[in-house]
Design a protein around this ligand. Sequence first.
Ligand code: AMP
Ligand code: ZN
Length: 493
Amino acid sequence: MLYKDQELKIYNSISGEKEHFQPINEGHIGMYVCGPTVYSNVHLGNVRTFMSFDMIFRYFKHLGFKVRFVRNITDAGHLENDADEGEDRIAKKARLEQIEPMEVVQMYTVDFHNILSAFNFLAPSIEPTATGHIIEQIEIIKEILDKGLAYEVNGSVYFDVLKYNESYHYGKLSGRNIEDLIHNTRALDGQSDKKNPQDFALWKKAEPQHIMRWPSPWSDGFPGWHLECTAMSTKYLGETFDIHGGGMDLKFPHHECEIAQAEACNDKSPVNFWMHANMLIMNGKKMAKSTGNYILPNEIFSGDNPHISKAFSASVARFFMLQAHYRSILDFTNAGLLASEKGYFKLMEAINSLDELSHSDKTDGFDVAAWRLNCYDAMNDDFNSPILIAELFAAVKFINQLKDHKASVSKPDLDTLKQTMRAFTFDVLGLENEGVKQDSGNKLSEAVEILINLRADARANKDFELSDKIRDELAAVGIQLKDGKDGTTFSTN
Ligand code: AMP
Ligand code: ZN
């Protein structure tokens, strides 16, 4: 197994340091990443965070780890302003669109999956939903109440942050200090049932008009947003697991509250490594749905957005994003995308010429073995994809020299070069080979042309049975023939 030769370092948000990564069970990794709240289309910022973890998942798999990667779908409990007040995001959308909340959930879950597969994401191992785990959430609330770290008021249950902080440390992840929090949070306005403004909801009693409600010992209501991730991560990965990830903006309060809930229940730290992906920004501000400062993936693919001059493929956008380290802020610009497009095609051209290269007795002009190790070193240093990409371009330069007969490569080195280039580009970075895609598109056209000509011959011979068979069987695989005055054309669906 490759992972046995590698010393992997991961930046742990909770210690603020890169630490040697050792999974709890050798060869196995449990990783949980907070998924989307499915009340609107995912924007490119959301895609960036999920892509960082897709790359990380891919690298673990490449190293030979068996990874259980859990990424949830938030389909209840996430209120408008990430706090305990306001309308449920999904219920609000349902009200505005006059459809059922579960129709909203279905629509945007499908959108999320379509967008992720357009960007060539691997599917997670488990994709659980909040509404599918109400019972587990209720059980956790009971345990926290039993421990005396939560209280019930008027059918709602709140986590008692001050009480918890007497024995544990609220703020250990975000670095926030409880005194400052008390100082800086608005005093309760008399409308809230909470004892202290820092407390957060574990269960909320539903107002009569609230449609998303479930029975519980306390009221007909719904779980607090932070609780679902504690319930689903514990259920599928255990009381302590290896990695928990999400966007930087989830560190507080979401992840801080997850730690508090899990520690209150199990009296141990739920996660060994906390990983936070940094934000995609545009015009100097965080890309966000709420401010209108966002771009949708489909607008990238169509070019239909004032921020960009043309359409870009998903692979180019993926390459653009992975050229930044996952913990760095990335500024979305048209110029950046244009530069990435050039780089991407240069990389693909070099990879597509690998099979044409011939070897000699010895290698001259490049140290293939050292270069391969550099690729691993880059990824082992907290998944440094920009350094990895720089290494891939060092190899591109060598490949181009080989093509120009200005360097030479031995048979074993050429094999290593091919295998390493492909593994990192396709398996780890998850780029797709558009050169090949175009090529297979051309081959498809040529094959269909042959069938169109055979059908024309059949018709000329009055063999309508055969001509119809060709048309129908092509239609059955999604290729429609259209007879026009200039001959027959085809379209695919
Ligand atoms: P949400 O559906 O709002 O919970 O967001 C889903 C994920 O996208 C979370 O992990 C967020 O941290 C992440 N996210 C939201 N906005 C951005 C952004 N501008 N750049 C990167 N990640 C983001
Ligand atoms: Zn979460």
